[in-house]
Ligand binder design. Structure first.
Ligand code: FAD
Length: 363
């Protein structure tokens, strides 16, 4: 008989997983405590930058490897969806103000070290003022140097969530909105727990890391690719989305508070935007969003299976979009191995299986 799956959480990972399982021919129920727009998920707030090299400054090599693999997988996933999703792979421009020059030197050295160890599949480059202007004419010669990460990308998170929702409806997944669920309460052969921060009661190491982003609209400045601005406190970026929208983010604060954006954060994010180009002063602030990223202590994603019918996928932290396709593949591979295993097999002892090992295989 066809296995019946319950996927808990319809944020980024849950939507991808439910759709993939349904397309593989299983019966799938998807539960979320919120509604179809995904506003209760970290996925809704995110800038959806796909920047493995830029993230390598703070992230583990595994995240970089999963990110590079995922950059190749996203176009394949998007192609199968019934609605358009803005996806771009035009690189990232890393900029800094003169007072933050030392950070640029360190960043450059870190990237060069990564390059030597074969960690990156494409080298970064230093650009002159003329080269910066050629890439982004609206910046003119405001910056004398930049670092250029040519293969990085981004997508539009809200378009993706919508397109995945259409895909789920089209495929016939049974979706239960406004339904908070726990693995113990759900009846299914298998439970895939993708509740992000909502899994805290079952996975105590999960914590939330607050992030705030702004969405602005500008008719006066045109940037065509994401810009990272080196900053002493947290990585700041400006990600241009379709129709003159820009996502400016993101703060990173060790708290699970999801109350509205603070004045301090708004000031810092808007100052960063204004410092890139004063014409952003006339942009309109459309939205200020705050959400928590689901994180594990090692800041790596994990797929956890303890021998029962529940598989947990969590810890996507600030890299959910960056790594999701590769994590999805690893999760599907684990599910396949479990379904193919002979009944009663002492599965854990048959293989040197560990979540990280499993994800390393995917990368
Ligand atoms: C401000 C911000 C900026 C970010 N920027 C980026 C970026 O540029 N690039 C990048 O790669 N990543 C970014 N991220 C990270 C990315 O958004 C997350 O890693 C990703 O969304 C995690 O996916 P998830 O599916 O595990 O969790 P979520 O997307 O949070 O989804 C979890 C879902 O579970 C549901 N849920 C919770 N409890 C229950 C329950 N009991 N029953 C049913 N449903 C439940 C929630 O409603 C939610 O829909 C950012 C995150 C934030 C907050």
């Amino acid at each position: 008989m066809t296995s019946r799956f319950a996927v808990l959480g319809a944020g980024l990972m849950g939507r991808l997983m439910a759709l993939s399982l349904k397309r593989l021919g299983y019966r799938v129920d998807l539960y979320d405590q919120g509604g179809p727009d995904g506003a209760s998920s970290a996925a809704y707030a995110a800038a959806a930058m796909l920047s493995p090299l830029a993230e390598s400054l703070d992230a583990e090599p595994l995240v970089v490897a999963l990110g590079q693999a995922s950059l190749r997988l996203w176009p394949e996933i998007i192609k199968t969806l019934p609605a358009p999703v803005f996806f771009q792979q035009e690189g990232t421009l890393v900029l800094w103000h003169p007072q933050d020059r030392d950070q640029a030197v360190q960043f450059d050295e870190r990237l060069s070290r990564g390059q030597k160890t074969g960690m990156f599949d494409e080298p970064h480059r230093t650009l002159s003022a003329v080269e910066i202007e050629t890439l982004e004419p609206h910046l003119g010669k405001r910056f004398s140097r930049a670092l250029w990460l040519p293969r990085e990308g981004q997508l539009d998170n809200r378009m993706l969530l919508k397109a995945l929702y259409s895909g789920l409806l089209e495929a016939g997944v049974e979706i239960h909105w406004e339904t908070a669920m726990t693995p113990a309460a759900v009846t299914a052969d298998w439970v895939i727990d993708c509740r992000g921060l909502g899994s805290k009661a079952d996975w105590i190491q999960i914590r939330g890391v607050r992030g705030e982003v702004l969405r602005v609209h500008s008719t006066e400045v045109t940037l065509t690719r994401p810009i990272r601005l080196l900053h002493p406190r947290y990585p700041l970026y400006i990600a241009p989305k379709p129709e003159g929208h820009y996502v400016v983010g993101a703060t990173q604060i060790e708290t699970e508070d999801t109350s509205p954006t603070s004045v301090r954060s708004a000031l810092e994010l808007l100052s960063a935007l204004y410092s890139i180009h004063p014409a952003f002063g006339e942009a309109r602030v459309l939205e200020m969003v705050s959400q928590c990223r689901p994180a594990l202590p090692h800041h790596l994603p994990e797929i956890r299976w303890a021998g029962g019918r529940v598989i947990e996928i969590n810890g996507l932290y600030r890299h959910g979009y960056l790594v999701a396709p590769a994590v999805l593949e690893a999760g599907l591979d684990l599910i396949k191995r479990l379904l193919d295993a002979p009944i009663g097999a002492d599965w854990q002892n048959q293989q040197p299986w560990s979540p990280i090992y499993h994800l390393k295989e995917a990368a």
